[in-house]
Design a protein around this ligand. Structure first.
Ligand code: PEP
Ligand code: MG
Length: 892
């Protein structure tokens, strides 16, 4: 097995093996771009290291070989006293995990080589000692877990002793002393001296990068982004180039288009005389990239040429990191860049216009999750609230919440159910838990490429950064005279960068207005709306899956239809038994005689008929699946505890209320330990005579009524919780009789089918299909019963532990468990269709609107998915993507 690849040996398609950074460094090297020489140690080596520990067979020898080649190429030896080669040791996993893992710069510097570095830099002692102290700091923190603040304290002391406030005011002698202080800190914490063998430094740094794959924050980030836990990271060892050699040096980050809006034209940040991660960390406020043209036109022009080359080559927005060392430009990284949801749609449509990609490919460049983000509400500024201040709109959205200043506090307050805005000078990877918990993030420093911005964009979280009037101090921040304390509410607009005091009201997004058909005419030519329209229309033309909605009211049905629903896949009739009809249901449950029961049913029937008629009207011409009542009847009765107390109190006062006593007896009789596994669904229909019959009659009568008005109702009656064909046959026989009676010679046609939501139904689907014209997978119950997880209880009780252990990356109630529950779906699909060719198959559990699950249902070959109205566009898009893209795994 080969563990190490020179940059000239790899290419961009080897991300699994070389990680994103390594694969793209190789690609740029092959394109002839100025990349500092180096090599990549593979993810396979990382996995072997994490599995077997320090001694990965053959790895050291391969590193020796590649280091020797690098030394030959550079004409310098690693850490050589006279003329040292220094290297950076950088992490780089398959999927970008900004700032989550480790990097060590200046590896190879020792007491002996620091003078040699100074000579290389034209006698710049200050630079050499500064580089050395940075190495000890990074190495100490990253490789040996020395607490970072120890170094920061020492630096602070050095500045105080000298009476200065800025690092750059420390001269070579000060930094030399600082190195001595850092070495002391290092030795105190580790029990040994700072390593003086350059190769030993490098090996330790490589191992630390491997280990950082399992750092808490990396684990948390992967979970959040649904990145598999077992990939490992590659390590890139790259010859150092220096952006901190003076005014003619610097470092920057750039995008080939604006990653926030998608607007054409390069965009970026530049920091003169700075090293490595200074830009990304948002430590100092940066210059706009355009300023570089004035500082160093030659490098700027070359950079523009390279960016055009990269965009043409990758056929997409690229982001890059570069360094200029004394007027010479070096490319340190590139990749297809992260972008906001709006930019993803806008750029995909632009690239189609530019003839770079076709519409099929445009469809693979956007995701349902991104479309979902575009449907979030925006601030309603009609009241003209005045902004407290303004920063850079780094990740769009409208968020409000209580101000908190630490990651820990954000987690605490959010756990109490309150929205929070995390306010920081800048964020760093340790803030990740707080960033996840917060509704929005506000920082006072850093640009669109700062840590806060990059991570927030990746998560689709609202972020305003670089609001430099915000002065953060302890648990308050001030803007001029205004003081904002922890717990005060602010609102932040991630599009405009504006920050408001208090809670600003919100309005629907443009994209939702477009779906609703009430887009402000002034925005009719909005490029984003146009891009969404175009890509979604294309998705519709490509998808094999139809998209229906789950709706139980005419209003929801109408909205879903505007959003593109092609029918109703689930109308939960139990929702129609609530509110002021509860009393009628109570009468039904308490009925002692057939006459009482029939009277209660007769009272419910016209109400049900009216419900159905309204829905059929809204969905005229489209199929409407109506599910017969499902939940345990006791849900319609008062709680056992409350009622028992009430009756006990009555007794104490010597009173008796006959109604309450009968009610209590009924509640006691119907009380179940596991109501989710009890008297529900078809079981209820078989136990309470006339209940299903009343609903079937109401459905048939509503259909006949609409047909009489000239409409085209297409009802489908669905029986819930079936586990055996006999259950379905019993219900079916009665339903057919009633339908025949009601319909007479009306042209109405009514299908009868079943939910598949009990594992036994999936396993006997061949038999069940004999009595069903359609199946609809109820993946909520199917998940509950396949795993044996109570869907009402588990999320808080123990799922956190399952997620922590990686037993699953996401709740199986949210995204379909393809291997287990999905297998039941496959079995039922195959056996159902074998028994009844033409059997209609759909899904109506929550998974019908989950992007990854939609892809799965496409692969299984279902006819439709059904989801809540707001998810209909998302499902349409995902179904289109699934149809054009057989391997969607890289499009996150
Ligand atoms: C299901 O179980 O997936 C389903 C759609 O039914 P409900 O959620 O109403 O139980
Ligand atoms: Mg169910």
């Amino acid at each position: 097995m080969k563990f190490v690849y020179d940059f000239s040996e790899g290419n961009k398609d080897l991300k699994d093996l070389l990680g994103g950074k390594g694969a793209n460094l190789a690609e740029m090297t092959n394109l002839g771009l100025p990349v500092p020489p180096g090599f990549t140690i593979t993810t396979e080596a990382c996995r072997a290291y994490l599995r077997d520990g320090d001694h990965v067979d053959g790895l050291a020898a391969e590193i020796d070989e590649h280091l020797a080649a690098l030394e030959r190429q550079m004409g310098r030896r690693l850490g050589d006293a006279d003329d040292p080669l220094l290297v950076s040791v950088r992490s780089g996993a398959k999927f970008s995990m900004p700032g989550m893992m480790e990097t060590v710069l200046n590896v190879g510097l020792t007491d002996a080589s620091v003078a040699g570095l100074s000579r290389q830099a034209g006698g710049n002692d200050r630079f050499a000692w500064d580089s050395y102290r940075r190495l000890i700091q990074m190495f100490g923190k990253t490789v040996c877990d020395v607490p970072g603040h120890e170094f920061e304290d020492a630096l602070h002391e050095a500045k105080t002793a000298k009476g200065v406030t800025d690092d750059v005011q420390l001269d070579a002698a000060d930094l030399r002393e600082l190195v001595a202080a850092y070495k002391k800190v290092f030795a105190e914490h580790t029990g040994h001296e700072f390593p003086q063998d350059p190769r030993d430094q490098m090996d330790q740094a490589v191992a630390a990068v491997f280990r950082s794959w399992n750092a808490d924050r990396a684990v948390l980030y992967r979970r959040q982004e649904r990145i598999p836990t077992d990939l490992g990271t590659a390590v890139n060892v790259v010859a150092m180039v220096f952006g901190n050699l003076g005014a003619d040096s610097g470092t920057g980050v750039a995008f080939t288009r604006d990653p926030a809006s998608g607007e054409q034209g390069v965009y970026g940040d530049y920091l003169a005389n700075a090293q490595g991660e200074d830009v990304v960390a948002g430590i100092r406020n940066t210059l706009a990239l355009a300023e570089l043209e004035k500082l160093d036109k030659r490098s700027y022009d070359e950079l523009m040429r390279i960016m055009a080359t990269l965009e043409g080559h990758y056929r997409d927005l690229c982001d890059i990191e570069f360094t200029i060392e004394r007027g010479k430009l070096w490319m340190l990284q590139t990749r297809v860049g992260k972008r906001t949801a709006a930019a993803a749609f806008t750029i995909a449509a632009q690239l189609v216009d530019e003839g770079v990609i076709d519409l099929d490919e445009a469809l693979t460049r956007v995701t349902g999750a991104q479309l979902g983000q575009l449907m979030f509400p925006r601030f309603d500024l009609a009241g003209d609230p005045s902004a407290l201040t303004r920063g850079v709109g780094a990740s769009p959205g409208a968020a409000y919440g209580e101000v908190v200043f630490t990651s820990e506090r954000a987690v605490e307050v959010a756990a109490g159910g309150k929205p929070v805005i995390l306010v920081r000078r800048e964020t760093n990877p340790d803030d990740l838990p707080g960033m996840i918990a917060a509704n929005g993030i506000l920082t006072s420093r850093g640009g669109k490429t700062s840590h806060a911005a990059v991570v927030a964009r990746g998560m689709g979280k609202t972020c305003v950064c670089g609001a430099d009037q915000v002065a953060v101090s302890g648990t308050t921040f001030t803007v001029g005279e205004t003081v904002v304390e922890e717990g005060d509410v602010i609102s932040i607009d991630g599009t405009t960068g504006r920050v408001y005091l208090g809670e600003v009201p919100v309005r629907p997004s443009e994209v939702v207005q477009y779906f609703e058909g009430d887009l402000d005419p002034a925005r009719a030519n909005d490029p984003l709306v146009a891009a969404v329209h175009r890509i979604l229309t294309h998705a519709d033309s490509r998808r094999a899956l139809r998209v229906r909605t789950n709706a139980d009211t005419g209003t929801d049905a109408a909205r879903a239809r505007r959003f593109g629903a092609q029918g109703i896949g689930l109308c939960r009739t139990e929702h129609m038994f609530l509110g002021d009809r509860r009393e009628l249901v109570e009468r039904l449950i308490l009925a002692r005689t057939d006459t009482d029961r029939d009277a209660a049913l007769a009272a419910l029937q016209p109400l049900q008929r009216a419900d159905f008629l309204e829905i059929f009207r809204e969905m005229n011409g489209l199929p409407v699946t109506i599910r017969l009542i499902d939940p345990p009847l006791h849900e319609f009765l008062p709680s056992l505890e409350e009622l028992a107390v009430r009756v006990a109190v009555q007794h104490e006062h010597g009173r008796r209320d006959e109604h309450d006593e009968r009610l209590l007896a009924a509640v006691r009789r119907m009380h179940e330990q596991n109501p989710m596994l009890g008297l529900r669904g078809v079981r209820l229909g078989l136990v309470i005579p006339g209940l299903f019959a009343m609903q079937v009659r109401a459905i048939a009568e509503a259909a006949v009524a609409l047909a009489a008005e000239g409409g085209a109702p297409r009802p489908e009656i669905m029986v819930p919780l079936v586990g055996a064909v006999q259950e379905l046959e019993t219900v079916r026989a009665e339903a057919e009789r009633i339908i025949a009676e009601v319909i007479g010679d009306s042209p109405v046609e009514i299908l009868i089918g079943t939910m598949i939501e009990v594992p036994r139904a999936a396993l006997t689907a061949g038999q069940i299909a004999e009595a069903a014209e359609f199946f609809s997978f109820g993946t909520n119950d199917l998940t509950q019963m396949a795993w044996g997880f109570s869907r009402d209880d588990v999320e808080g009780a123990f799922f956190w532990r399952y997620l922590e252990l990686g037993i699953f990356g996401i709740s199986p109630f949210e995204s379909i468990d393809a291997d287990g529950v999905g297998r039941l779906v496959r079995i039922a699909t195959e056996e159902g269709r074998a028994a009844r060719p033409g059997l209609k198959l759909g899904v109506c559990g929550e998974h019908g609107g989950d992007p990854d699950s939609v892809r799965f249902f496409h692969e299984v070959g279902l006819d439709y998915v059904s989801c809540s109205p707001f998810r209909v566009p998302i499902a349409r898009l995902e179904a289109g993507r699934a149809a054009v893209d057989t391997d969607g795994s890289d499009h996150r």
